[in-house]
Design a protein around this ligand. Sequence first.
Ligand code: SAM
Length: 244
Amino acid sequence: MTGSLTIAGLGPGDEALVTPEVTAALATATDILGYAPYVARVAPREGLTFHPSDNRMELQRAAHALRLASEGRNVVLVSSGDSGIFAMASAVFEALEETPQYQGLPIRVLPGVTAMLAAAARAGAPLGHDFCAINLSDNLKSWAVIEKRLRLAAEADFAIAMYNPRSASRLEGFGRALSVLKEAGCGDRLVIFARAVSTPDERIEMIKLSEALPEMADMRTLVIIGNSATRRVGRWVYAPRHAR
Ligand SMILES: C[S@@+](CC[C@H](N)C(=O)[O-])C[C@H]1O[C@@H](n2cnc3c(N)ncnc32)[C@H](O)[C@@H]1O
């Protein structure tokens, strides 16, 4: 009997931002795997087994999901936001490279609403022109790589969406990122701090980069740095569609 593996993004928090396609996959799943707080977002029901795991166990979790699918289970591996953005989809394909015997399994990747889109919509349209997304965690890449990407993104005048800006174990990085951008001449750019978007704890702040402090971000915050033309209109922030 062949099972299946569905890799699904649960969106930023609000039930209304879970796509109908993901909801349908959850309704027919036999097993849900994922980081424990994300698994907890799925409603229990008879016949559904939960396999929550720790934050840094992505490869083991991916291998576990593939093994269960090969045993005939209908597995859904959940991430927050979109599963392809700093989340589990890449980990599954990494695991698949190591286990060619699973490469014939039916695997689907279902898109979800990623945090930067939910945050941008709250602010207005700060991603309306060219932009990039950078993960500020240095768990899987060096800080030198992060700094280089920030400097080049500033030089190219991209708006920048920053994921994972600051955690209890990485208190320094976000301050360094702000310094790199200030040194690159971005002090006048608008910055959006979007915390816990689409949850009851949501908080949106918009200020100039020169006024931004490291403590304004935590692990529930998505930070968007505007490009040099990003501006306010009323209570909104938007990037014009044209480049100067
Ligand atoms: C490991 S990444 C996962 C990203 C996720 N796959 C996505 O597409 O949104 C976790 C980071 O996403 C951002 N994030 C996730 N949910 C968020 C929310 N509801 N509000 C603001 N930022 C969020 C934060 O920057 C957090 O540190």
